[in-house]
Design a protein around this ligand. Structure first.
Ligand code: ADP
Ligand code: GN1
Ligand code: MG
Length: 362
């Protein structure tokens, strides 16, 4: 396998030198490797874009090229460092922003952003506030980008009623014969079916706008400065497309304001951390607050709840479908992930007034 990856890496325009390759990161979707060029000590990130998830990977790359080019201009105009604060695609030897291998799989490469860390759990509220600033800044900086120039890389990606329907469909088909063990989880979702419509209805009613959003704002998708913790660069731009700000806010809360990890089996450890909500809302709104309208801000807590429910429904549907979408590392992994999401939804419901109060006063 390593030889194959090495030969793919060599098809990109890299500095001269011997290459060292190692698997990298904790993403659920793409295959990620770190490529080091011995002589120059420079590093690169090489990724195979998941074809099951992204049916038209060339469109994903084209979106990323447009978004990063736009961001480079905005960052430079604000006096920042575009080489560090957004991703830079490496060209292939054929001057394309990707390489297609013999199996038809698409690979892309980025400059490695050095001196940064990515975290799976925020160590402190302060660190989480800094990631909020980075995602809020991304929202603000993308404010003037022409949304209609982007392809919809995954249709109905954050359309919660559609995700609900997909779950019901997976349960009806029961492809992996696992339905019997998840009746309680399905009932949990059915009780909340009506609520799944809240944000798409607000959009349809013209109460909130469609914006260019990131759509995968979990903590490990922002690189933080290794010394200061400052959010340096928002990464994982595969799903940047038109969407709702509340879902971006919500995905960060889902992942980072959970007192346990996303796949914790001991559900008694799963709880919404209000200090983390406060920290993230403070950081996020310090950057994005002036861009968002009043109704969008009011709906941020609903974004947190619906994104957590939606993500749980997606994990559960994948469990029922036989684990085809999210990478798993143990049997029942997607079911464990779904259960933590539903436990977190419950905790959000218990702490609803406090969460809403915190967001309203930021
Ligand atoms: P996935 O879609 O599978 O989550 P990501 O694009 O998020 O893939 O990459 C996985 C991990 O690789 C990230 O969480 C981060 O730790 C690391 N990473 C990705 N891009 C870079 C980069 N340009 N510089 C440094 N680290 C990176
Ligand atoms: C996936 O690629 P990664 O690991 O950052 C998924 C997100 C989910 C997340 C759950 C393209 O994100 O939508 O919220 O897992 N990405 C895609 O951890 O489906
Ligand atoms: Mg990621």
């Amino acid at each position: 396998m390593n030889d194959k990856i090495l030969s793919i890496a060599r098809r990109f325009s890299l500095p001269e030198g011997e290459l060292h390759i190692a698997a990298y990161g904790n993403g659920h979707i793409n295959e990620t490797y770190c490529v080091k060029v011995e002589e120059s000590a420079r590093r690169f990130i090489l990724q195979r874009v998941n074809r099951y998830v992204f049916e038209r990977p060339e469109e994903v790359i084209s979106n990323i090229a447009k978004v990063t080019q736009y961001l480079r201009g905005v960052i430079a105009a604000e006096g920042g460092d575009p080489e560090r604060e957004t991703l830079t695609l490496v060209e292939s030897l054929r001057h394309e922003p990707f390489v297609i291998d013999d199996d038809g799989e698409l690979w892309r490469m980025y400059w490695f952003i050095e001196g940064t860390i990515s975290r799976d759990l925020p160590d402190t509220p302060e660190l989480f506030a800094l990631s909020g600033e980075a995602f809020g800044r991304f929202q603000r900086q993308m404010g003037g980008f022409p949304a209609d120039s982007l392809a919809e890389s995954i249709r109905d990606f954050h359309n919660t009623p559609v995700r609900y329907a997909q779950l019901m469909d997976a349960a009806a088909r029961d492809a992996a014969g696992r339905r019997r063990e998840v009746e309680a989880e399905l009932a949990f979702c059915m009780e909340r079916e009506r609520e799944t419509h809240t944000l798409v209805d607000a959009l349809a009613a013209g109460e909130i706008p469609l914006r260019v959003t990131h759509n995968d704002t979990k903590l490990n998708n922002v690189l933080l400065d290794a010394k200061t913790g400052r959010g340096v660069c928002v990464i994982d731009l595969d799903t940047v497309m038109p969407g709702l700000a509340a879902y971006d806010f919500g995905d960060s809360i889902r992942f980072g304001a959970n007192t346990a990890e996303e796949d914790e089996r001991d559900l008694s450890k799963v709880e919404l951390s209000l200090p983390m909500v406060e920290a993230f809302a403070r950081g996020y709104l310090s950057e994005a607050g002036s861009t968002l309208c009043r109704r969008e801000i009011e709906l941020l807590p609903m974004g947190a709840k619906l994104m957590t429910l939606e993500c749980g429904m997606r994990f559960l549907a994948d469990h029922l479908n036989g684990d085809r979408y999210f990478r798993i590392h143990r049997e029942g992994h997607n079911l464990d992930r779904a259960r933590t999401q539903f436990a977190l939804v419950r905790s959000m419901e218990e702490k609803w007034d406090a969460m809403a109060d915190i967001v309203a006063h930021r």
